[in-house]
Design a binder for this molecule. Structure first.
Ligand SMILES: [Zn+2]
Length: 462
C-alpha cells in the first residue's frame, strides 16, 4: 500500500460531520487530510449541505466522500472461505468505496468466543488490510437462542455490537436478558426481526408475484409482528436499564418502519437500517423485470426468461414497490439511520439450484453506493441523506469505535473519489469479491469509484 501525496482540485466534496458540501480542493499528505479549501467559503458550503448537498448541472463530476461504513456484512471467515474471506472482502469493499465494515458472527463456528472473534478478522496472508473490520459478536452461545454469550469478554476483545443475525431470538425472556447484558457491556443488540414460524419455507414476499410464480409466501407480518414484539421488550428493559439499545437490521416492510417511527417518537432508543436492495428493487425482479422500484411499471407483466434468478433470493425477501418507497421515506425522515449492505457472498454451488433451494443473500458491497446514487439521481434521496446513511449514521450507532467520517484538515485520509456521472456494468470480470451473487450483473449503474484511500493508503484505484 502506497501513501502518495494527493491534491484533489475542484471536486464536489460532501462532509457529513462538518455538514458542508460544495466545490473544494482537498490535500492529502501521508495518512492525513492536510487542507480543505471550500471555493465559495464555509458558510456557503454549510448552506449547500442544508439544501441537500446535491450538485447542480455544471458542478464537478468528481465527488469526494468520506470512506463509507457498513453496519452489516458477511466476510465468511471462518468457515466458508470458498465464498469470501477478509482479503477478498476488503478488495470488494474498497471497490465499493468502503473503509470500514461490521462483520456478522454467523460464521462456522459462530463468533461466541474471543478465539472465533479474532479469527473473523485475521487475514490469512498476515498482510495488513486496507480497511477497518469491526467484528460483531454472537448474542447467544452458538447463535442457538438458549443462553447469552459472554458479551463482556467479547467486547473487551473488540466486538462493537452483538447479534444472532439470521437466527432471530424468539424466546422473549432471553431477548430481554440479551438486551440487558448488551447494555451492561456497552453495545447495541442488532436484531434480524423475523417470526420463523410464520416465515417457515417462505420463498418470496406474499403477494401477486409469489402467486404468479408459484413460490411459497414469506408474509410481511412475520417481520413487522417480530419488530413490534422486540420494541415492546425493549420498552420494558429500558424502563430498568435506560442505556439499553436495540438496532433492527434490514427492515423491509412499510409496517415495520412505521413501528420504529412511532417508538422513536415516544423517546425509545431504537434505530434501524435498510439495505440497498430493499430500497431499490422490488419482487417484480423475480419475474425478470429489471426496473428500479421508484419507476412506474406495468402490474400485468408476465414472467420473462430472466425470471427465478436465484441471485434475488434474500431474507427478508424483496417486496412490493410501496415497501421500497417506505425504505426511502424512512431514510429521508431519519427513522432509518443507515443503509447497510447485508453483503452475503455465496458460492455458485449454493446459488445455481432451483429458486426455493438457493441460499439467501446478495453480494452487495461493490454496488451499494451506485444503487444509492441511482436513487439520488431519481430525486428519491438527497446526496446529504445518502452520504449520512453510509457514514455518520452507522458511526453514531458504533459510538466512537472508529474515527469520525469527516473530510476536515487533520482527519485520517479515508475517503472515496467517485465519478458521479460515469456508469458501469457489474460483471464477473470487474467485481473483486470472491462470489458474484448479485442481481445487478449486466445492469448499468451510475457512479464509478476511481480511488479509495484508507488512512492515506490506496485501497482501490481504477
Ligand atoms: Zn439478517
Amino acid at each position: 500500500m502506497t501513501k502518495a501525496a494527493h491534491r484533489f482540485v475542484d471536486h464536489w466534496l460532501v462532509d457529513p460531520v462538518a455538514k458542508r458540501a460544495g466545490v473544494a480542493t482537498l490535500d492529502v499528505e501521508g495518512s492525513q487530510i492536510t487542507a480543505v479549501t471550500w471555493r465559495d467559503g464555509e458558510a456557503a458550503a454549510g448552506a449547500t449541505w442544508e439544501a441537500g448537498a446535491n450538485p447542480g448541472a455544471g458542478d464537478p463530476v468528481r465527488m469526494i466522500l468520506p470512506a463509507l461504513i457498513d453496519l452489516h456484512a458477511h466476510a465468511r471467515q471462518p468457515g466458508a472461505s470458498g465464498s469470501e474471506d477478509v482479503e477478498s472482502f476488503a478488495r470488494a469493499a474498497a471497490h465499493g468505496g468502503y473503509g470500514s465494515a461490521c462483520l456478522m458472527p454467523n460464521t462456522e463456528p459462530a463468533a461466541d468466543s474471543v478465539e472465533i472473534l479474532d479469527a473473523m478478522v485475521r487475514p490469512h496472508s498476515g498482510a495488513a488490510l486496507s480497511m477497518r473490520l469491526l467484528p460483531i459478536a454472537a448474542a447467544t452461545v452458538g447463535r442457538r437462542g438458549e443462553q447469552v454469550a459472554p458479551l463482556a469478554a467479547l467486547v473487551a476483545a473488540g466486538a462493537v455490537a452483538c447479534s444472532d443475525d439470521g437466527a432471530p431470538i424468539t424466546d422473549p425472556r432471553l431477548f430481554a436478558e440479551v438486551l440487558a447484558a448488551a447494555a451492561t457491556a456497552g453495545i447495541p443488540l442488532i436484531e434480524h426481526s423475523e417470526d420463523p414460524v410464520q416465515s417457515a419455507d417462505g420463498e418470496a414476499a406474499d403477494g401477486a408475484v409469489a402467486l404468479r410464480l408459484g413460490l411459497r409466501p414469506w408474509p410481511a407480518r412475520a417481520e413487522h409482528e417480530a419488530v413490534a414484539r422486540n420494541i415492546t421488550i425493549l420498552r420494558e428493559v429500558a424502563a430498568r436499564i435506560p442505556r439499553a439499545r436495540l438496532h433492527l437490521t434490514h427492515l423491509s416492510t412499510a409496517a415495520s418502519l412505521q413501528h420504529v417511527r412511532v417508538a422513536q417518537a415516544s423517546g425509545l432508543q431504537v434505530t434501524c437500517d435498510v439495505t440497498p436492495h430493499h430500497l431499490a428493487l422490488s419482487d417484480a425482479w423475480l419475474m425478470g423485470e429489471q426496473r428500479w422500484s421508484w419507476l412506474p411499471g406495468d402490474d400485468a407483466i408476465s414472467p420473462s426468461a430472466a425470471a427465478f434468478n436465484t441471485n434475488l433470493r434474500v431474507c427478508p425477501p424483496l417486496r412490493a414497490a410501496v415497501d421500497g418507497a417506505a425504505c426511502r421515506a424512512a431514510l429521508r425522515d431519519g427513522t432509518a439511520c443507515a443503509i447497510a449492505t447485508d453483503h452475503a457472498p455465496h458460492s455458485r454451488e449454493r446459488k445455481e439450484v432451483e429458486f426455493g433451494r438457493a441460499a439467501n443473500g446478495i453480494a452487495g458491497i461493490e454496488t451499494s453506493l451506485s444503487v444509492a446514487l441511482a436513487a439520488q439521481a431519481a430525486g428519491e434521496l438527497s446526496l446529504a441523506t445518502l452520504v449520512a446513511a453510509l457514514t455518520t449514521g452507522p458511526a453514531a450507532l458504533l459510538e466512537g469505535k472508529l474515527p469520525a467520517p469527516t473530510l476536515s484538515a487533520g482527519a485520517p485520509a479515508s475517503l472515496v473519489v467517485v465519478d458521479r456521472l460515469a456508469t458501469w456494468v457489474p460483471a464477473r470480470a470487474n467485481l473483486l469479491g470472491r462470489s458474484i451473487n448479485t442481481p445487478l450483473l449486466g445492469v448499468a449503474l451510475p457512479g464509478v469509484v476511481r480511488l479509495t484511500l484508507h488512512a492515506g493508503a490506496t485501497a482501490y484505484s481504477g
